[in-house]
Ligand binder design. Structure first.
Ligand SMILES: NC(=O)c1ccc[n+]([C@@H]2O[C@H](COP(=O)([O-])OP(=O)(O)OC[C@H]3O[C@@H](n4cnc5c(N)ncnc54)[C@H](O)[C@@H]3O)[C@@H](O)[C@H]2O)c1
Length: 238
């Protein structure tokens, strides 16, 4: 039997992170990295993304990195909230990963890379119109990932995650626009599992959502690159 893939999940104690970590635990040999403990993780590194030595230790020996750690807030202040985790930390993760020989880097991007393009019937992976400084840090990640792939051959997938809370009874789902980008917990875990096991795809950008009205997020590249097909349907407004 082949030995299991070694996968590092950053941000593993967070909202998306715990879903991905526990969803992938039966499939791979996982390591958790976060600044706070990840429940249920046996191999875990506590540290800050802006601490290069901690990042170097975390990526050592890994085949694949799923990079979810960072500041996820749309209203975040660039200098105060984003620079260290989403810019410095992002660089450390990418650079440490390629030096450690990581083969595939899966990056939590966001629809905030594209939300500035109001009035479009659908957002495609080619849509880049940042909505806020947070979205700009995700666009940076997508572009740095392209450069790391072109320069060093490290595979890179930017996953533009829709709206994820990991629970069904979510009062925020009263807001109609969230229904167009909702990602359910089972689809979320399966999406990242597929991103790890998919045959070589090189570089890609893909949205991640469940079955939502209007197909506002174009899932074509998610289907083509990793074979993702949503199984959950966005729940009715609570
Ligand atoms: N939840 C969503 O709807 C959504 C949508 C699009 C993109 N994303 C992206 O997915 C990722 C996870 O989002 P989330 O909703 O789980 O957020 P979250 O805040 O629940 O989780 C983020 C995790 O990263 C860790 N972290 C933050 N800064 C760190 C640092 N400097 N060093 C080490 N660890 C640090 C936190 O401790 C936390 O556990 C983020 O990159 C976010 O931008 C989330």
């Amino acid at each position: 039997m082949p030995s299991p893939q070694l996968v590092l999940v950053t941000g593993s104690a967070g909202n998306v992170g715990q879903t991905v970590f526990h969803g992938l635990l039966p499939h791979f040999a996982l390591r958790a990295f976060d600044r706070v403990p990840t429940p249920g993780a046996t191999d875990q590194h506590l540290g800050d993304l802006a601490d290069r030595a901690a990042v170097d230790r975390a990526v050592a020996g890994m085949d694949t990195v799923i990079h979810l750690g960072g500041c996820p807030r749309m209203e975040a202040d660039f200098m105060g909230d984003l620079i260290r985790p989403n810019v410095e930390g992002l660089w450390h993760m990418l650079d440490a990963a390629r030096l450690a020989g990581v083969k595939r880097f899966i990056f939590a991007s966001s629809t905030n890379v594209a939300f500035g393009a109001t009035g479009l019937p659908q957002l495609t992976p080619g849509t880049v119109h940042v909505f806020n400084p947070y979205g700009a840090t995700k666009a940076l990640g997508e572009n740095l990932g392209r450069w790391f792939h072109d320069t060093y051959g490290m595979e890179f997938l930017a996953v533009r995650i829709g709206y994820f809370r990991g629970i069904y009874n979510d009062p925020a789902l009263r807001e109609a626009w969230l229904h167009r980008i909702w990602l359910g917990p089972r689809d979320c875990a399966e999406y990242f599992r597929l991103a790890v096991v998919a045959p070589r795809f090189g570089y890609g950008v893909a949205y991640a959502c469940s079955r939502c009205p209007e197909n506002y997020l174009d899932l074509t590249s998610a289907r083509e690159l990793i074979g993702y097909e949503p199984a959950e349907t966005v729940p009715d407004a609570p």
